[in-house]
Design a protein around this ligand. Sequence first.
Ligand SMILES: NC(=O)c1ccc[n+]([C@@H]2O[C@H](COP(=O)([O-])OP(=O)(O)OC[C@H]3O[C@@H](n4cnc5c(N)ncnc54)[C@H](OP(=O)(O)O)[C@@H]3O)[C@@H](O)[C@H]2O)c1
Length: 266
Amino acid sequence: MSESMSDSIRPLAVVTGASSGIGYELAKLAVENGHDLVIAADRPEIVEAAQAFQGMGAKVEHLQVDLAERDGVDKLVQLIGDRPVDVLIANAGHGLGHAFLEQPAEDWMHVVNTNITGTVYLVQQVVRQMVARDKGRVLFTGSIAGLMPGTFQAVYNGSKAFIDSFSFALRNELKDTGITVTCLMPGATDTDFFERAGMEDTKVGSGKKEDPAKVAKVGWEAMMKGEGDVVSGVKNKVQAAMAAVTPETALAEMHRKQAEPGSGQH
Ligand SMILES: NC(=O)c1ccc[n+]([C@@H]2O[C@H](COP(=O)([O-])OP(=O)(O)OC[C@H]3O[C@@H](n4cnc5c(N)ncnc54)[C@H](OP(=O)(O)O)[C@@H]3O)[C@@H](O)[C@H]2O)c1
């Protein structure tokens, strides 16, 4: 088959944060399900990820770019060009542990700009294109963290509350179109997340976590079914259900026990 023929046949998936963790596994699932890829992340590991996905038979384009920057998102949109995007996985994100007052402003702003601003800026542009074709699937990686105040990870949990909420609002706005919007809500998952957030000495950071491949599979399947949201794992489903009926003050105190620096050493 010529490359131009395969270009026209294979659907395209755009996956942000595909260099590691849940995003890597989601991109892998996209390839296993016959997609070509446009992938982006901020650090050089995205090159190795691209090579791995190419080795699995996909056509892959990668971009090393900071998606907290408007310019970074613009570069990704330019790379996509006018190609139809069948699947958009808005997954790039990171946490930030420790007390809010101790966090440098540029660090928590980077959380907001990655998890919220860059994410919705990308989604707006790609979904406009999907609407023009009346076809597409969007998967956000939100979090059950969005269901509870994040003592010692306050800005991150707030950013995920935004994504969990935004995803359902966009889904409803698009309900009469051919576009589905799904929010994957993982609990603690075994990725680079806690190291990057400076939370390895916390109870949640040092405790048992879910396998990112399993989490990604749950998210991929929910997206393919067009579900509104999915919480991965039985324990997290219980936690999510409890969060809905527990006062915010109690949730904030419970989060302290999980995320306070040094809590993993007791
Ligand atoms: N692990 C958990 O417990 C957990 C639970 C619920 C939700 N989540 C969410 O799951 C998503 C994936 O995280 P993960 O757990 O898989 O952690 P991870 O292994 O650290 O992966 C995060 C990915 O996002 C990319 N990324 C982060 N900031 C970026 C930026 N400014 N610009 C471009 N790329 C950026 C990273 O690339 P670089 O390394 O190149 O920056 C990496 O590819 C995040 O949205 C996270 O909030 C994680």
